[in-house]
Design a protein around this ligand. Sequence first.
Ligand SMILES: *Cc1c(COP(=O)(O)O)cnc(C)c1O
Length: 400
Amino acid sequence: MRKVYLDHSATTPVHSEVVKTINYYLTEAWGNPSSIHSVGRRAKKGLEEAREKVAAVIGAKPEEITFTSGGTESDNMAIIGGAYARQKKGNHLITTQVEHHAVLDSFKNLEKNGFEVTYLPVDEEGLISVDEFRESIKDSTILVSMMHVNNEIGTIQPIEEVGAITKEKGILFHVDAVQSYGKIPVDVNKLNVDMLTASSHKIYGPKGSGCLYIRKGVRIPSFTHGGAQEKKRRPGTENMPGIVGFGKAAEIVGQELESEMKRLTALRDKLTKGIEENISDIRINGHRTKRLPGNVNISFRYIEGESLLLSLDMKGVAASSGSACTSGSLDPSHVLLAIGLSHEIAHGSLRMTLGRDNTEEDIDYVLKVLPEIVTRLRSMSPLYQRKEACQQKECYEHVQ
Ligand SMILES: *Cc1c(COP(=O)(O)O)cnc(C)c1O
């Protein structure tokens, strides 16, 4: 059976070149980068090369990169650290309703500790309004955090416009770029961001590794205390396999960015078009064009997302319903609710995120099996049967 992995926004397979690099630093250059002897210096060289590679993808200086345990830690560090660093100037913070839980839960923690948070709504395509953002700013606003690309629906926020405003007003600006780093162009200077989060395992690197870009001059307190590593921002002997793997992965996605964007956009559009042409009663979620190249998110009426996922899995296709983090719980995704979907429609949603190993044949295969699965599941759905019967009788008792 064909195996088609369409869950690249949840995690990615580790690139073979990344595995080779990690292996070298585990077996040959395994020293402590803080040691001054040659064994340590070899590791130190690998650490600093990784920092240069990770910085180059976003037009940053290597010394502006702090290595962390991943996107979640970087988001916490930027938001909680940034809020406390500026608390003498005010207590108001701004974010959006569609952020990743690493961001939302950091803000929830700050709310418990006396900060006031504005959660900006989004329109039905998942975009914030720049005017509404501007109007939400108060004299007491000290920090804004906004994701670049939404991990569920792929919508790309107007970060450059928001960054121009925060810069003008002197407000600290953090961007969760986990879903854009290495996937679409990201330039910290063009976007005017002060802090930016990236994660290794979303770009074919190892898990448990990521970074926070912190613009030169921006000061935030550190959560951990110990040695002088990572400029004391994140002390402790470095996670060398994670860091060098992240560096190699960053180098590869940086080189392939333009060509992969083109290729994945074409595959995404082919998949979306194929589904639209062959399956009725669906809704495409997210913005049509301001969208991550490899993201397809569709709601299928009269179907449970979980049944869809399990049926696809039996055909060798790995995808996700709404959000990876909410699978296992019955709560519909907060992102799908924020774009205005009812609970019922949100439950019938499927996210397919494409990556570097996906081919045209993979898409053809999905377009063959998916309509069959949808037809079968709908034939078992009482709501769908009632709707079909209604249409035949042309009755108006239409069911949602
Ligand atoms: C995956 C993800 C994170 C969390 O990153 P980890 O490295 O898994 O902790 C944060 N934000 C977004 C948008 C993500 O997609």
